[in-house]
Write a protein that binds this ligand. Sequence first.
Ligand SMILES: [Zn+2]
Ligand SMILES: [Zn+2]
Ligand SMILES: [Zn+2]
Length: 535
Amino acid sequence: MCEACTEIDTRFEAVAKAAAPLGSRLPRVRDPVLGGWIAKQMHALLRNITAGHCALDVVIGEGLDALNVGRRAMDLSYSNIGDYAREELGINASTATKMARLARRLRDRPLVREAVRQGELTARKAEIIAPVAVGDDQARWILIGKAETVRSLNARVKAPADPDEEKWVNLCADVSPEQLSTLDEGLRLAGVIVGATATKMQRLNAWAEEFQSSHPAPPDERADDVLFIAEDDLEPLKKHLEDENRQWAGLAAVQPLKTPHSNEEIDPWRIHAELKQHLEKRTRWDEVFGHVATLFKQSRAWEHLGFASFGHYCEEQLGMAERTVMQRIALERSLSRIPLLRRALREKRISYEKARIIARHAQGEEVQGWIEKAETMTCVALRRAMQDKDEAQMCARGTFSAWMTVSVAEVVKAAFRAARAAAKRWLSAGECLVALAEHFIETWRAQLKQANTLQRRVRARDKHFCQVPGCSRAAVHAHHIKPRSQGGSDDPENLISLCAAHHLFGIHGGRMRVTGTAPDKLVWEFGLRRSYVAA
Ligand SMILES: [Zn+2]
Ligand SMILES: [Zn+2]
Ligand SMILES: [Zn+2]
């Protein structure tokens, strides 16, 4: 173990010891001076926890980036590192992709990289300045990055909005059973057109865009705003407080923490083993983080420290998106509400990602059953099963709801106005959705009425997803399990849907093998080409 690793472990002992006496709830404090003192203590603790967590994120990002080279992830049976991280490390795929992206950017920016490794610059700030901090400009941007807030840095660099940090709204509409079946058909069809992996938001967006391409939208009277439930808009307040507090210089001293060096491995199996080790540490940090962040949020400690909102605090002081922290807190609450789930996580029967999925979708009695199922399922299969369950429940309740970013919501609202103008009467949200879905179905059905080929039938059976366990990609090929050259038939049992990467580089690249019969009696073998095992 390297020196930095030992230091991280030592630091961990210290923060865990400091967090332990806090318990699961803080007493109510009426005295503002005492309240302020407690807030500062928790803040110092949280900053130190985040530093440790981030140091590990950087080294895990480097490992993931190393798996991105050549076909190393495919050697481990995954078509991309997002799928790898979700299934093998229990890290959310988009988080993992960002971690690897930062590592890749840091590789070409040695000075910025060193500042992050030394804990002088947060990963979040490094991410923001990366586009401009190149070559000789690195040193200058590191100084600016250290001195300024995330907010003002973003403004200076004119960084495009990160979709994860864009505000989200929820659209909720009452619909009848007949209307629901039209909406379902429209969603299904949009999946075929846009791709099987498209989210509900992307599918709605496709309807709305399609509708507006032939029906103009009248000017916005903001009549639909009430349907889209958003968070509060705190931007002006944030700016004011930031000016007032002179950017919180010296709020809490954090001892910089060095990032361990990754070993520059090229063998994917060794990179995998190293990642697992670092993940083990990260999990322990994550547990303390969840605990302290939850207390901090509950006690509204950010108010004592002069921040406009909890999100504002997360952004500026922890260098994390509010969504990320809120997701962690939501998980923490579920874990204390559902002790079964916490136990399964501690006993390593399920990964963090699986616990998150179960916590989000299952309640009460269902939990035990889902934990058992989750143990033998991939994350992606679990997520799909849970989504099916949720959709079925929403249908039963007669509601249609979808989460979307504010920018997609604007497109949908414009399409609603266009639908009302076309109908020449007021339509409810449910009726607007039906109009959009019907138009989409009408436009595209003809295109899809092509011959019902065998390949198409096979892909429909596999719900248009690649069938390699853990793969999240859409299927584009149908593969003969037993090749035709060896007498394999064209029967659906001998055909399986695959993404291009798994088909070409996985199976035909000799890295994995599938035998048996589709869809439920398949036998998979992985790791067949271990060309790196030398040295
Ligand atoms: Zn080490
Ligand atoms: Zn094939
Ligand atoms: Zn695949």
